[in-house]
Design a protein around this ligand. Structure first.
Ligand code: MG
Length: 257
């Protein structure tokens, strides 16, 4: 069941969202050649601790609990990469996803960062990923049904000849990080019955993942890291967004800036 949030609740969620945005600013400052993904994760963990915010990713249940406060996915890794002693090098792209809860409310956001100098091909993919997210957010309050918004994201992917990952979806968010509804980045007939209405009070984590090659994925032996099956690059952009009577508000505004 979808729970709509009051104005006051959306205000509280914005506080969580802004901590997530600040965590991303730490990430953005640290991302450069020679830095390990684990060292970035450690700083984000310290930040959440200092803010008395509860990190939402560490211990997340799976075949083994997720071991870190951020997901760090490099190059062909799509999502759920585990921070490690991998040393970032110029030309890499790094997708970072993190979330926290404060005063009982959650925020969640992801961004793909360039490391040093990246290829024009990678730059194009990054731009397209951000465009897909922006198109979704810009249309969110203008449309009545989510499927129409998803269609607009599909158009962006198609225009650039990239593919949207279908295996992983966005989600409702509130007191819990993952609430109803599921928020797919694509539409097809079989999804029609899962479509949902867009109305004030709806808060979603919108998170398109765009692959340079095909949408096919596989999961590595660590049981977490999701990679493109063809080994080509992938990007991930996510904001926590609230629908209000005035339009769509990015609760995690500031991520990637
Ligand atoms: Mg999410």
């Amino acid at each position: 069941m979808i729970t709509l949030k009051s104005r006051r609740e959306i205000g509280l969620m914005k506080e969580a969202g802004q901590l997530v945005a600040q965590a991303h600013q730490i990430v953005k400052r640290m991302v450069e050649p020679g830095v390990t993904t684990l060292s970035i994760d450690t700083e984000v963990e310290k930040f959440f601790e200092k803010q008395n915010a509860e990190p939402l990713f560490k211990g997340y249940p799976g075949e083994t609990p997720f071991p870190a406060v951020t997901c760090m996915s490099v190059n062909e890794q799509i999502v759920h990469g585990i921070p490690s002693d991998y040393v970032l090098k110029s030309g890499d792209i790094l997708s970072v996803d993190t979330g926290c809860r404060i005063n009982g409310w959650c925020g969640d956001a992801a961004w793909t960062y360039p490391v040093g100098e990246i290829s024009s091909e990678a730059q194009r993919l990054l731009k397209a990923g951000e465009e897909a997210l922006n198109v979704a957010i810009d249309n969110l309050a203008k449309q009545k049904k989510w499927s129409v918004v998803a269609q607009k994201m599909m158009k962006v992917a198609k225009k650039h000849k990239y593919s949207l990952v279908e295996k992983f979806v966005g989600h409702g968010i509130g007191r819990e990080m993952h609430e109803a509804p599921q928020v797919p980045n694509y539409t097809k007939k079989s999804l029609d019955r899962d479509d949902f209405l867009i109305e004030p009070g709806l808060v979603l984590a919108v998170e398109p993942m765009l692959n340079a090659g095909t949408a096919d994925i596989k999961v590595l032996n660590d049981k977490w890291t999701v990679v493109t099956r063809d080994g080509k690059l992938s990007v991930h952009f996510e904001h926590t967004v609230a629908v209000t009577t005035e339009g769509a508000e990015r609760l995690t505004e500031g991520v990637g800036r």
